[in-house]
Write a protein that binds this ligand. Structure first.
Ligand SMILES: Nc1ncnc2c1ncn2[C@@H]1O[C@H](COP(=O)(O)OP(=O)(O)O)[C@@H](O)[C@H]1O
Ligand SMILES: [Mg+2]
Length: 227
């Protein structure tokens, strides 16, 4: 699947004196082609998560459109957009995630239980946990996980529906070098397997896994060196 942003921007209101509206993301075009890993780097506060959330169908742009294989995500009503997102767009969000009343294994299966779909088998969920290196934690609750383990749970959960698009917001933030490389090569494998993958990261070594690299600065996206 291809995911494309056309002229998307996002304006926010900030409390305080003076000019209260500002654009966290200026009008931006970006295509995530099937089979490619696209990387975005940039300082904290430059608008990376805002752009990713608009691409994910989670945050309505102030201007512009987001097209998933030509379907305008924000022209759909909430219900239809939720179903399409659940099926086609895996998101690894920034920060802590995971439902605390469910075990690790149940958390991974959760997206497959929404919208009356067939639940994924325990075997498949376990295989995903194996892939991210936390199979031994399957029966643990998220509040017992380290930051890095939580991050890997989020990755397994984002992959459970086998989405055509995968959007990862600083997925290696809490990981040591070894696990950082494991996660980056897993994302690259997803791209090589045909998914459109977006990686937002501070990781210097990430560029070697990417097909193209962009830099975000003050809400403006610029193409950088090829990976
Ligand atoms: N809901 C919001 N309301 C107002 N300002 C916001 C909101 N969310 C983010 N911002 C601001 O938008 C800018 C970009 O934020 P973000 O996209 O999270 O940046 P990054 O992911 O690159 O760190 C920041 O200045 C942030 O403070
Ligand atoms: Mg961010």
């Amino acid at each position: 699947m291809d995911l494309r942003a056309e002229g998307v921007s996002r304006r926010y209101f900030r409390q305080g004196k003076g000019r209260n509206f500002f654009f966290a993301v200026q009008e931006t075009d970006l295509t995530l082609p099937a089979g490619n890993l696209i990387e975005i780097t940039g300082r904290s506060g430059s608008g990376k998560s805002t752009l990713l959330n608009m691409l994910a169908g989670l945050l309505e742009p102030t201007t512009g459109r987001v097209l998933l294989d030509g379907t305008d995500l924000y022209a759909l009503d909430d219900g239809k957009r939720s179903i399409l997102r659940n099926r086609s767009i895996g998101v690894i969000p920034q920060g802590q995630t995971g439902l605390h009343s469910l075990t690790v294994l149940e958390n991974v299966k959760l997206p497959s239980l929404m919208y009356d779909r067939q639940p994924c088998s325990d075997e498949r969920a376990e295989a995903l946990l194996e892939r991210v290196g936390i199979a031994h934690l399957r029966d643990v609750y998220p509040n017992e996980l380290s930051g890095g383990e939580m991050r890997r749970l989020a990755i397994a959960r984002a992959l459970v529906m086998d989405p055509g698009v995968l959007l990862a917001d600083e997925p290696t933030g809490d990981l040591d070098d070894e696990n950082t490389h494991a996660v980056l090569s897993l994302l690259r494998q997803c791209a090589d397997g045909g998914k459109a993958v977006l990686l937002v990261t501070h990781e210097r070594e990430a560029a070697q896994y990417a097909h193209a690299v962009y830099t975000m600065s003050g809400g403006i996206l610029t193409a950088a060196d090829q990976g």
